[in-house]
Design a protein around this ligand. Structure first.
Ligand code: HDD
Length: 712
């Protein structure tokens, strides 16, 4: 199952980066000027107990560098984790696009991917309820292409002009900088409840998609409608999808809250460790391709980024696979300094007039100027294209290249006319020629005013346990709001999605769903705009259900990379453990022995086993399943330590598979599991295969109705 560690990592990009790597092994310590340093522990003083001298250039260099180590964190998506890999194409798509990455099936295009949360600071928890960024940099032979997406197929707002408002509303409130990495506060819902276009993305954030089990188990989306352009200059609309090979899986909110305390680097660690273990994360790339002629065929506008195209209406064509197989060498140099720009495209791919995308084309270059210090950020190794770059852009902070020659303008004859223009036949880029016949106008298209149909479609398409999670999430988030009028406005618009949902949330808030609220509901319009024209239209039903939106339609066929907690102490039944470990490890599951102490424990046949974590240092929420082998002495030990009881109760509460053998059954008697022994994911001397299948199912959601009885 596990592939050889970093076996495929020697991509062209990795080779390029190697030229910039610096290894201090066996080297002498020097200053930045190469002066060998004899003492880096003591400053230069006037006498042993005297004051430090200004002359001390060694002290000044060391401290100055340190003082300037930080760069501004990203205004959004500050918390992130990255990895290297490559993309391979399954079939030639020249019918639709001339992009080399989509026509040459022999290529292995190097990629660097950065996953992120949106709202929190750089050091915030990985498990915040939030959208996840899914940004992919393709180092193609025709230049760099950045697909800067999220793990949800739609966005909150329709026009880039609203982005600062959205982000100011969700970020910590400006007077007290509270709360960190959380949308559950008044300013966010004040904004949301007056900007109804946000509702679709908002309900996705209330769903389990906002608390992924792993970055490796979430989908990615380009969100906007883009264009594919073929050799003949013909355009097709396209939506990009990333489908994780391990399926889409999430944790529960209770787990998320606890993981934030137990290991706030949970997702970062999981990504890093999977790659180190050779269990390379993989996603398939899917395209929804729509002929230009169908632009106006749908009940929604393809240019509206708050709308998805249901897969049942336009199927996703799987065209290739991305594999992440190498961790960065240095977090700052690579993951922090990587700069993604939606404006980085290659011939064969082009933009549409989506007003959100159009604004992004400005914002990302602009932000790098303050984040990375100037216009030469493309020269930073992680951002450097694989192909040579030549132009007349010059100078600026941190220019590291030495452009030769007398000329830096075009046209020129003194420089031989170079760099010369690329002919189309040589792969020169030209923008797609779109006919535009319009008046200049500051407004929102009426075709963008349906704000309720798709949130309702999403909610209808989910299974009862997924709907329950949404209800609980709304109850939590709105319950954290202090202003009753904000809560009521939210209830009013949730009611436009589904009455029962609004009613249950209202019950939890101790309020009633209001029948009327002050109009206009949607205030994201101009002062003189006609509110009737811009009020969200009544919800339509153009599709009863889109099963593809439910996580139950994901993959449930593997236990690869799943973390299995093995609760054991000295004297545990080795034969039972080994049988399970052999079967599970073959499939790539990770068994972690959790003993009463660190170091090692002895099995009942006398063999030593390394302890992965002591019960003191770990928590139930960090694992996918619990296994307790038999063994009298071992079980006796475990019984004595009450944290094990909590561990098992929590695993049960979080709907995880639990298997015990022989004497270990007595442990269940100490827990709430004893009342539910016939649960389909609880195994007492059960078969290895049945336990395996239950883990592959991720969680036993059928258990959900009884989990409230477990006060873990
Ligand atoms: Fe953005 C970062 C995704 C709309 C302005 N955005 C950023 C990142 C992701 C996204 C994944 C992190 C990139 C990284 O890892 O470095 N953003 C999106 C998606 C959007 C979107 C999927 C809508 C479909 N963003 C959006 C708008 C604006 C911005 C409308 C501004 C008008 N986004 C930024 C930014 C950031 C950014 C401020 C912060 C750091 C950076 O760009 O490099 O410019």
């Amino acid at each position: 199952m596990a592939k050889e560690k970093n076996s495929e990592s020697q991509s062209e990009k990795i080779e390029q980066l190697k030229a910039f790597e610096k290894d201090s092994l066996g080297k002498v310590l020097t200053t930045n000027q190469g002066l060998k340093v004899n003492d880096t522990n003591n400053s230069l003083k006037s006498g042993e107990r005297g004051s430090t001298l200004l002359e001390d250039f060694l002290l000044r260099e060391k401290i100055t560098n340190f003082d300037h180590e930080r760069i501004p964190e990203r205004i959004v998506h500050a918390r992130g984790s990255g990895a290297h890999g490559h993309f391979e194409l399954y079939e030639n798509l020249e019918e639709f696009t001339k992009a080399g990455i989509f026509t040459d099936t022999k290529r292995k295009t190097p990629v660097f991917v950065r996953f992120s949360t949106v709202a929190g600071s750089k050091g915030s928890t990985d498990l915040a309820r939030d959208v996840r960024g899914f940004a992919v940099k393709f180092y193609t032979q025709e230049g760099t292409w950045d697909l800067v997406g999220n793990n949800m197929p739609i966005f909150f707002i329709q026009d880039a002009m609203k982005f600062p408002d959205l982000i100011h509303a969700v970020k910590p409130e400006p007077n007290n900088e509270i709360p960190q990495a959380a949308s559950a506060h008044d300013t966010f819902y004040d904004f949301i409840s007056r900007t109804t276009e946000t509702l679709h993305n908002q309900i996705w954030v209330m769903s389990d998609r906002a608390i992924p089990r792993s970055l490796r188990m979430m989908e990615g989306f380009g969100i906007h409608t883009f264009r594919l352009i073929n050799k003949e200059g013909k355009s097709h609309f396209v939506k990009f999808h990333w489908k994780p090979v391990l399926g889409v899986h999430s944790v529960t909110w209770d787990e998320a809250v606890k993981i934030s305390g137990a290991d706030s680097d949970f997702h970062r660690r999981d990504l890093w460790e999977a790659i180190e273990a050779g269990q390379f994360p993989e996603w398939e790339l899917g395209l929804q391709i729509i002929p230009e002629a169908d632009e106006h065929k749908y009940d929604f506008d393809l240019l509206d980024p708050t709308k998805l195209v249901p897969e049942e209406m336009v199927p996703v064509k799987i065209v290739g696979k991305m594999t992440l197989n190498k961790n960065p060498e240095n977090f700052f140099a690579e993951t922090e300094q990587v700069a993604f720009l939606p404006g980085h495209i290659v011939p064969g791919i082009d933009f549409t007039n989506d007003p959100l995308l159009q604004g992004r084309l400005f914002s990302y270059r602009d932000t790098q100027l303050s984040r990375l210090g100037g216009p030469n950020f493309n020269q930073i190794p992680i951002n450097k294209p694989l192909v040579d770059t030549h132009n007349n852009q010059r100078d600026g902070l941190m220019q590291t290249e030495i452009p030769k020659g007398q000329t830096a303008y075009f046209p020129n004859s003194l420089g031989g006319g170079c760099p010369h223009l690329a002919k189309m036949a040589e792969g020169g880029f030209t923008s797609y020629e779109e006919r535009i016949d319009a008046k200049k106008i500051r407004t929102r298209s009426e075709s963008f005013s349906d704000h309720f149909s798709q949130p309702a479609l999403f909610y209808r398409s989910l299974k009862p346990w997924e709907q329950q999670h949404i209800m609980e999430a709304y109850s939590f988030e709105l319950g954290k709001c202090k202003q009753q009028d904000i809560q009521e406005r939210m209830l009013y618009i949730i009611n436009q999605i589904d009455y029962k949902l609004a009613e249950k949330v209202a019950d939890n808030l101790g309020l009633k769903v209001p029948k009327h609220i002050e109009k206009p509901i949607n205030q994201a319009i101009g002062a003189d705009a006609d509110p009737n024209k811009h009020e969200p239209s009544n919800k339509k039903n153009y599709l009863d259900e889109s099963p593809a939106l439910s996580q139950t339609k994901s993959k449930y066929n593997t236990i690869a990379t799943r973390q299995i907690a093995v609760l054991a102490a000295d004297g545990f039944n080795e034969k039972q453990y080994k049988k399970l470990a052999d079967a599970f490890e073959k499939e790539g599951a990770q068994l972690k022995i959790i003993a009463p102490h660190g170091g090692s424990i002895k099995g009942d046949a006398g063999q030593d086993y390394k302890v992965h974590e002591s019960i003191i240092t770990t928590e139930s929420v960090l694992y996918d399943a619990v296994y307790i082998p038999g063994g009298k002495a071992s079980v006796k030990w475990i019984q004595k330590m009450k944290k094990y009881v909590k561990f098992i109760n929590e695993a049960f509460k979080h709907c995880k598979a639990i298997a015990v053998e022989d004497e270990a059954e007595s442990l269940l008697e100490m827990t709430y599991v004893t009342d539910y022994k016939d649960d389909e994911a609880v195994f007492i001397n059960g078969s290895t295969k049945a336990f395996r299948d239950a883990i592959a199912q991720h969680r036993n959601w059928n258990r959900l109705p009884v989990t409230d009885n477990v006060p873990a």
